[in-house]
Each structure stands twice: as C-alpha cells, then as structure tokens.
Design a protein around this ligand. Structure first.
Ligand code: NAD
Length: 504
C-alpha cells in the first residue's frame, strides 16, 4: 500500500539535512484517543533505511563535538524560548495524540522545558577536575568528552517529556542523536525536532527515525551507535539492556512499575484521598510513577476507601482534545482499554471487591474508561503484582507499617513509593527501608525534576547511570585523563610518578 493524497499522511523521518516521507506497507496508525480517529501513519523503517539515519548522525559528529559547549548550550537557550513561544501548541499536540487532559499535557511540557533549562547550564556541569603536582612536576586533569552517536527509544505515555529527558543533555554534551519515538505517538517528537532545527542546531545533530522492533534493533546493534537511552515496559527494557550491552554500548533502560501508596491511620484523610486519586487516575493511570496499589494500614482502609470511591466516582471523564472540562481523558488505544477492564474481572475472580467500576457507557468513539477502585486485594493477586497501566487502583489492607514495608520487598518493580502520614517516625522508617528508588512523603507522585536522577530500582531500571540530573551527563560523556610534565631543558626524564613512589 502506498499513500495517496486522500490517505492519512505518513509522519516524516529526519535524517541529516532533510525531512523525508517514507511510504511503506509497514506502518502503525496514530489515533486521536479522544475521538478514535486515525490522524497519521508512522512508517516502520527497514534496517537499510535506519542505517542511513545512523550514517547522517555519524557524519555530523566531528563538527558538533568540536563546537564549544558554550555555543551548544546557546542552542538550548534559543530552544527554550521557542518552546515557550509554542507552549500551547506543544501541549495540544500531546493531548491530541495521547489523550491526557490539556492541564496534564501542559504539566508534561513544563517538565520538558526544565530539561532544556538543565541542559543550558551544561558549561558549568561539564567542567573537569585537575590536580597540579599529583607527582613531582606532574599535573593531572580529567575532562569529559562526548561518547558519539546516541539513541533514544521512548514510550507512548509522555510523547513530549521523555524524549526531552534525553536529547537536550546528549546533544549539549557534544553527541549527535537519533530519536526513535513510540510509533503510537510520533507527532510531538517531530515537532520537537522541527523547533530544535529552528533554534539553530546544525543538520544531522538531531535525527528522528520511526519504526518498531526492526528499526530499534538495528539501532541497538549498529557499530556506529555508542549509547542507548530507553524508557518503556520492563520486558523490552531488559531486552534492550541485554542486546545493547552485548554489542558494546552503554545502556540506560527504564522499565515498568507497580507503585505503592501507604496510608497510615494518622494521615489527613481529605488531602490523602485527593492525592491518591491524582496519583492513580492522573493521565488515566498511564504514568510510570502512578500509584497503583494503596496499602491501607489499620483503620485507614475503612476511613479512606469510601471517600476515595466517592471522590473518584465524581471525576469528569471525557474526550480531552480541545476540552478543558474533563478531569480524566481516554487511554491510548481500544485494546488497552479492554486490557485495563479485564483486570476488574481477574481481580473479582480472585476474590477482591470491585468498589468502583470504571466500565461505563461513554458516548463517542474515544477510548474512554472511568476510574476503578478494587478493595480487599491480596498481595498475591495478579492485580497487585502486574503493571496495569490504566486508571485502576487496588487496595491492600494490612495491620502494621512493618507489613506495609515488607510488601515492597516482594515487588518485582521499584520505581516510586509514597507514604501519607503525620508521623515523622513512620515517614523515616518508610524512607529508609522501602524497596524503591523514588520516595514520596505526603507527595502522591514523587517524580524527580530535571536536576535529580530518575532512580528506579529492581526491574524498573536496567543499567548504572540514570536519566536526568548529573548522572545523565556522566552517561553521555566519557572521561579522558591527561598527565602532563614539562621538564626543564637538560633535566633527566625519569618517570616522576615512579620516582615519587606514588604507584604505577
Ligand atoms: P513499550 O515497551 O511497549 O515501548 C517502548 C518503546 O520500545 C517504543 O518506542 C517501542 O516502539 C519500542 N519497542 C517495542 N518493542 C520493542 C522491541 N521488541 N525491541 C525494541 N524496541 C521495542 O512501552 P510503552 O507501552 O510505549 O510505554 C509504557 C511503558 O513504559 C510502561 O511499562 C511504563 O511503566 C513505562 N515507562 C517507564 C518510565 C520510567 O521512567 N521507568 C517512564 C515512562 C514509561
């Protein structure tokens, strides 16, 4: 099948200097989840077409890495200004292809802008270290060099922010970049790249390749690719980490999650109910930091669950595209809606109680499902263990804080965890002992901002250096250490490191 003027357009590929339309029989349809309408087609690049994109990124590397970091950072200053100028357009695009509400889309773009602000400060953060006279007359310095061609493979749930977790830092560090966005939400990625070129980025430094497994695996195994940043589900993250490292690349791969929200009996009930609801049902539950398992300690369950059911039941669920009057938009696809709904039957089949059922009749063709609350969930049930990634909050009831903490030890994932309490002791025990990398104390979604690393633990992250913060600079650079000695004319050339007896 090839595209004609009457067919849905293909999303363009950015390879070096030009945007290209690749018409292919292999593509993914991009939906507007609010209406169910197909709005674009994402081409699946072949291995050969993907190789061309890598060649473009490689060709641009020598000039870009020699461009002073101060000039590279200035591109980010201009980029930030353009993002501000196009802020509403970028947010509307996120809502259009993803379905989250406009308020949520604005929050996402804001987080992306912060990554650009962080990258604009890189001249200070890229400075090296020196130690004069580390041995007699010998000076040592360690400096950061870019690693080369970097690749970002991103998920559908943050079409704007997650790409921005990666390329501003990678590019400002002096690397060239290939973004392979989720085939379900490619439009934000394309717009972000267009604005980056408008900000003055030289051709070939930023590239956008589209596709599925073939494109991703070509990038993962290509000898000219140095580093892979991945965000997506745990099985794919693990596979990406294993394949990428096997092929000699550095890999940071963030995976899925099952985030616990512990409610102590002393927690402020009104605030906690709002925070639980925002955490579980914000972005229709499609966030890796979404709370998906409330752990109610002691009498907290009886106090909080009825209020939560009332609060979530009153949420306005509807098409979000162009509509500010909704609290929750659709999920990404119809099959995903069915998958989320299926967990209600699975949970009740395993003996849990569906306290709020999100399966309602919604008018229109959008992929809508309301918030659900499942009570009396046992930790062994599938709904307590598997990532649902939709607006479904499970409630496990326990008697003590210690029991709540132990649940973290049995969890496959380890992204975020939250406690709601007025007790400093409980908060400290939780912070110190819960088995997860991002902790919230009376904060429902403890997602670190640009300046801090996104520290998933266990099978929520594969690799050593996390995304965001100074760890991302370490990831996108490699160090070079130079020892320097300038002997006086006529001075003998004994190796002064040996002579000083400070080791070899
Ligand atoms: P996904 O794993 O299905 O896809 C992510 C990316 O991987 C896409 O670009 C996709 O095209 C690509 N891909 C798919 N199959 C592949 C394969 N076999 N080989 C190589 N690449 C492949 O994830 P998704 O459904 O788009 O996103 C939702 C998931 O992402 C959830 O599990 C969520 O928790 C996770 N997520 C994690 C974080 C985090 O920071 N830990 C952040 C956002 C999302």
């Amino acid at each position: 099948m090839t595209a004609t003027a009457t067919q849905t357009p293909f999303v363009p590929v950015l390879s070096g200097s030009s945007w290209q339309t690749v018409e292919t029989e292999n593509f993914t349809e991009v939906f507007n989840p609010s209406t169910g309408e197909v709005i674009a087609r994402t081409p699946h690049l072949s291995a050969e077409q993907t190789n061309d994109v890598v060649a473009a990124a490689k060709a641009a590397l020598p000039a870009w890495r020699e461009t002073p970091v101060v000039e590279r950072a200035r591109v980010m200053f201009r980029y930030r200004a353009l993002m501000e100028q196009h802020f509403e357009e970028l947010a509307a695009l996120v809502t259009r292809e993803h379905g989250k509400t406009l308020a949520e889309a604005r929050a996402e773009v804001n987080r992306g802008v912060e990554m650009v602000e962080f990258a604009a400060g890189l001249p200070s953060l890229m400075m090296g270290e020196t130690l004069p006279n580390i041995a007699r007359s010998v000076d040592a310095e360690a400096v950061k060099h870019p690693v080369g061609v970097c690749v970002g493979i991103t998920p559908y749930n943050f079409p704007n922010m997650v790409p921005l977790w990666m390329f501003p830092v990678a590019i400002t560090c002096g690397n060239t970049f290939i973004l392979k966005p989720s085939e379900k939400v490619p439009l934000s990625a394309v717009r972000l790249a267009e604005l980056l070129l408008e900000a003055g980025l030289p051709e070939g430094v930023m590239n956008v390749a589209h596709g599925d497994r073939v494109c991703a695996e070509t990038l993962l195994t290509h000898p000219d690719v140095a580093a892979i940043s991945f965000v997506g589900s745990t099985p794919i993250a693990k596979a990406i980490y294993e394949t990428g490292t096997k092929h000699g690349k550095r890999v940071q791969a963030a995976g899925g999650a099952k985030n616990h929200l512990i409610v102590m009996p002393d927690a402020d009930q009104e605030q906690t109910v709002k925070a639980l609801s925002a955490s579980a049902f914000g972005c229709a539950g499609q966030r890796c930091m979404a709370g998906s398992l409330t752990v109610a300690v002691g009498e907290a369950g009886d106090a909080v669950v009825p209020k939560l059911v009332d609060y979530a039941g009153a949420m306005r669920v509807g098409p979000s595209d162009g509509n500010e009057n909704v609290d929750m938009g659709p999920v990404i696809r119809n099959d995903h809606r069915e998958r989320v709904a299926s967990y209600l039957d699975i949970a009740s089949g395993e003996g849990a109680t569906v306290a709020l059922d999100g399966r309602r009749d919604f008018s229109g063709d959008g992929f809508l499902i309301g918030p659900s609350v499942v009570d009396h969930v046992a930790p062994t049930m599938r709904v307590a263990k598997e990532e649902v990634f939709g607006p479904l909050l499970s409630v496990v009831r326990v008697n003590t804080l210690e029991e709540a903490l132990a649940l973290g030890d049995d969890c496959e994932f380890g992204n975020g965890a939250v406690i709601f309490t007025r007790s400093g002791y409980a908060a400290r025990q939780f912070k110190q002992h819960f088995n997860a990398g991002m902790i919230g104390i009376n904060v429902g979604v403890p997602a670190p901002m640009a300046w801090f690393p996104f520290t998933g633990w266990n099978r929520s992250f594969f690799g050593d250096l996390h995304i965001q913060g100074t760890e991302s600079i370490q990831f996108y650079t490699r160090q070079k250490v130079t020892l320097t000695r300038w002997p006086q004319e006529g001075e003998s050339h004994h190796d002064p490191v040996w002579k000083s007896g400070s080791g070899s």
